[in-house]
Design a protein around this ligand. Structure first.
Ligand code: SF4
Length: 274
């Protein structure tokens, strides 16, 4: 069953662009070594591996050092937007007095970009066609918020905004799941470390599920929903994920796979997938 319209959505534009960012994810955010980052770090402090040119000193060794947090992180291009569009090239290094504001704005823009990614995908999901005009209105609002001045961005109540969008995203998921009602796949509820080799996982709602270290070698995922799914070390070798719903680059980066894995056209193969 075809889930996505053939035309490419604008999700292509919502990609990490580290070359045009100022290392915001490696500075603005709190993270811990336990979650696969280089160290325990408070928000607003640069990672000790971040160089003055905003490049990671150990970028080519992240896999070898098992830094799943760094590998899996995906800002959807929010860092570029904050650095280039909102602050016109000014950074937390060149405008130290504005550093806190820049970090706070980045945290909100990151969330808005993540939501925009799901909205842009929703707009090419065929079973949710009846919702497309409502979705477009939310995309327009999201773009307006992202293009606002910092004072307006900092005043956004993200909880209220997120709840409003979630109502529509939930409806999109219901439209997709309805198409697979008779597949019987809903009997799968636990995934952590289990093997599903060669199974048809189509139409499964995997939202917020832990797929950590599960084996999905040669599985099919037409219309399977990946909203907030934890895919760390899940094996998708030879699997067909082309029609998976709400799958992100971050989820792919933190999973395992190979060049026979079929990905949605807007996602890239991690360099570690041979
Ligand atoms: S190790 Fe590299 S990618 Fe990870 S947070 Fe530090 S600078 Fe960023």
């Amino acid at each position: 069953m075809e889930i996505h319209e053939k035309k490419k959505g604008r999700m292509e534009q919502l990609k990490v662009d580290c070359a045009r960012c100022s290392g915001l994810c490696c500075t603005a955010l709190f993270f811990s070594a336990m979650d696969g980052f280089s160290e325990n770090k408070i928000a607003g402090k640069p990672c000790t591996k971040l160089q003055n040119n905003y490049r990671c000193e150990i970028h080519n060794e992240l896999e070898k050092r098992n830094m799943k947090g760094c590998i899996g992180y995906d800002c959807f291009g929010a860092g570029k937007h904050v650095t280039q569009f909102i602050y016109k090239g000014k950074t937390w290094q060149t405008s130290k007095e504005q550093a806190k504001e820049i970090f706070d704005v980045f945290v909100i823009i990151f969330q808005l970009y993540q939501i925009r990614y799901f909205l842009e995908e929703s707009k090419i999901i065929i079973p949710a066609k009846g919702l497309w005009s409502d979705i477009q209105n939310l995309i327009n609002e999201n773009e307006t918020l992202c293009n606002s001045i910092p004072q307006i961005i900092l005043d956004i109540d993200m909880e209220i905004y997120r709840n409003k969008v979630n109502i529509i995203l939930k409806q999109v998921c219901e439209c997709v799941i309805k198409c697979f009602k008779s597949s019987g796949n809903n009997r799968f509820t636990e995934f952590f470390g289990k093997s599903f080799k060669k199974r048809d996982m189509s139409g499964l709602d995997l939202s917020m599920k832990l797929l950590i270290a599960a084996n999905f070698d040669s599985c099919i995922f037409n219309g399977s929903i990946f909203l907030g799914t934890d895919t760390r070390d899940a094996n998708f070798s030879n699997a067909d994920l082309r029609e998976a719903v709400f799958l992100t680059q971050g989820q792919i980066n933190s999973a395992k796979g190979n060049r026979n894995t079929k990905l949605p056209s807007h996602l890239d193969y991690p360099v570690t997938w041979k």
